[in-house]
Design a binder for this molecule. Structure first.
Ligand SMILES: NC(=O)c1ccc[n+]([C@@H]2O[C@H](COP(=O)([O-])OP(=O)(O)OC[C@H]3O[C@@H](n4cnc5c(N)ncnc54)[C@H](OP(=O)(O)O)[C@@H]3O)[C@@H](O)[C@H]2O)c1
Length: 160
């Protein structure tokens, strides 16, 4: 039973910011438990290398789709690329993010914009994009990490 406790075989997951750090660890955990995992980040080489390393280490399928999620165009590109490959997404981890450390009275506008664009704007615009191309994000009985709200919205609008 313990072997099956975290079994997610057959599930499709996307981890934004999956090329390193916490996102890479989440992607590794999903792969180790049987999911097909997409990872995304800005730096193409790092994203591709991490996907290859994770797949080599944990088996299964790990696919890199690099994109800049701090702007709307990047959000649309990632959603479209995912939609070309999949008709559903079971798990979405909105992990891509940045921080900027500075004293309050020295905090630059550039730092504010970088943090807000990546951590707030990107998530706000990416989630509706991804639900448009892969409408089945999560399910009432097994909601994705942030999928329940969007599933309900899509369900209400489509009547499906
Ligand atoms: N580590 C902590 O103690 C801590 C604490 C609280 C919250 N968090 C949050 O947890 C998340 C992961 O943290 P972490 O420490 O693992 O961060 P990290 O090591 O800096 O990794 C961040 C990931 O996000 C990607 N990324 C950054 N900007 C992006 C953008 N504009 N578009 C797409 N991908 C982007 C990075 O790749 P590229 O640079 O190639 O794009 C990388 O894959 C972040 O949202 C962070 O704010 C972390």
């Amino acid at each position: 039973m313990l072997d099956n406790l975290f079994d997610i075989r057959g599930k499709i997951a996307l981890v934004t910011g999956g090329s390193r750090g916490i996102g890479e660890m989440i992607a590794a955990g999903f792969l180790a438990n049987g999911a097909k995992v997409y990872i995304s980040s800005r730096k193409v080489d790092a994203c591709v290398a991490t996907a290859a390393r994770l797949q080599e280490t944990y088996g299964g399928e790990c696919i890199a789709i690099p994109a800049n999620l701090a702007d709307v165009e990047g959000c649309q590109q990632l959603a479209a690329a995912l939609g070309e490959r999949e008709t559903r997404l079971d798990i979405l981890i909105n992990n891509a993010g940045v921080s900027w450390g500075a004293p309050l009275d020295e905090f630059p506008e550039l730092g504010w914009d970088k943090v807000m664009n990546t951590n707030v704007k990107g998530v706000f615009f990416f989630n509706p994009e991804v639900i448009t191309v892969t409408p089945r994000l999560g399910h009432r009985r097994e909601p994705g990490a942030s999928g329940q709200y969007w599933f309900d919205r899509w369900h209400q609008k489509s009547g499906f």
